[in-house]
Ligand binder design. Structure first.
Ligand code: NAD
Length: 287
């Protein structure tokens, strides 16, 4: 585990015995939300992280945070809808850190104007698929030879619970794109299982990150969702990072091809409790 040390008054960490010690990971969407928390957590567990995103400022903040704690990370501008930029990032992983073992294809968008079958435009549909679906494919395609050269590894593709449940609050392009991620991941898992390369889809429930909270900007919209959540609260990005860590590490050595749900019980629910709780973890109901 990440052992706390204190060298000349600076708090830093020994990562030699971490769950991802001696591994190299490429993480997309690392500027915020799940990708940022996963980058930090993976680094705490001894991983060298190539943190990728289109948002340079957020990326620099993520990497500075890791470096300030004594971890290893490098920032790489990658638009996941650009195949060449992915190749560059893989090359950085190999040249700077000597290999590639974990890829977390996590970047994704839910665009304004994504609605139902009649109102969603071609432009919104195509942009959503370019990032959410082709971006995952490009990530897998660019990483596979490097993972093979490293002797195997784990690929985690972020899908969503919306790929498994319908919603009358329509976001048709987004939902369809996440369904494609599930199907792609399952098939890749079958193709590459005997090469010691695992593929799993992470299916988060609704999370308190920018992506969702910019839509759920009033109490009525939040309550419309919360009633379906057995736990009565939204997830935190950190909780998804912990699930991704399990899938990235050898702890999940016999797990491949799964739709790995981390949804607070949402997909198992019919009637939820009427006991009131705060929608935010660690925030009392009345505050
Ligand atoms: P977020 O908005 O905090 O993070 C998404 C990150 O992706 C941002 O840093 C953004 O800059 C980056 N990004 C966007 N387009 C990109 C591109 N073309 N190339 C590279 N990076 C790009 O959101 P989040 O909640 O952390 O989302 C991460 C993933 O989780 C997404 O795939 C999202 O669809 C999925 N997800 C989110 C929720 C939720 O409720 N927030 C639920 C299920 C699944």
């Amino acid at each position: 585990m990440w052992k706390r040390l204190n060298i000349r008054g600076i708090r830093c960490f020994s990562t030699a015995n971490g769950r991802l010690a001696n591994k190299v990971a490429l993480i997309t969407g690392a500027s915020s939300g799940i990708g940022r928390e996963a980058s930090i957590l993976f680094a705490k567990e001894g991983c060298k992280v190539v943190a990728c995103d289109v948002n340079k400022q957020g990326l620099d903040e993520t990497v500075s945070h890791i470096l300030s704690l004594g971890g290893s990370a490098t920032a790489q501008i990658v638009d996941v809808s650009n195949a060449d930029q992915f190749k560059d990032a893989v090359q950085v992983a190999e040249s700077k850190y000597g290999g590639l073992h974990v890829v977390f294809n996590n970047a994704g968008v839910m665009l304004d104007g994504d609605d139902d079958a009649e109102t969603t435009t071609e432009e919104i549909w195509n942009k959503t698929f370019d990032i959410n679906v082709k971006g995952v494919w490009y990530g897998c395609r660019a990483a596979l030879p490097a993972i093979r050269r490293s002797g195997g590894g784990s690929v985690i593709n972020t899908a969503s619970f919306v790929a498994l449940r319908g919603a009358a609050t329509a976001q048709l392009a987004y939902t369809s794109s996440k369904g494609a991620v599930l199907a792609m991941t399952r098939e890749l898992a079958c193709i590459h299982a005997r090469e010691n390369i695992r593929f799993n889809a992470l299916c988060p429930g609704p999370i308190r990150t920018d992506l969702l909270m910019k839509f759920l900007n009033d109490e009525e919209k939040r309550q419309r969702r919360l009633v379906h959540l057995p736990m009565g609260r939204f997830a935190e990005a950190e909780e998804m990072a912990k699930a991704a860590l399990f899938l990235a590490s050898d702890d999940s050595s016999y797990v491949t091809g799964t739709d790995f749900l981390v949804d607070g019980g949402l997909c198992g629910a019919y009637v939820t409790s009427d006991k009131k709780v705060s929608p935010w973890r660690d925030v009392p109901l009345e505050s």
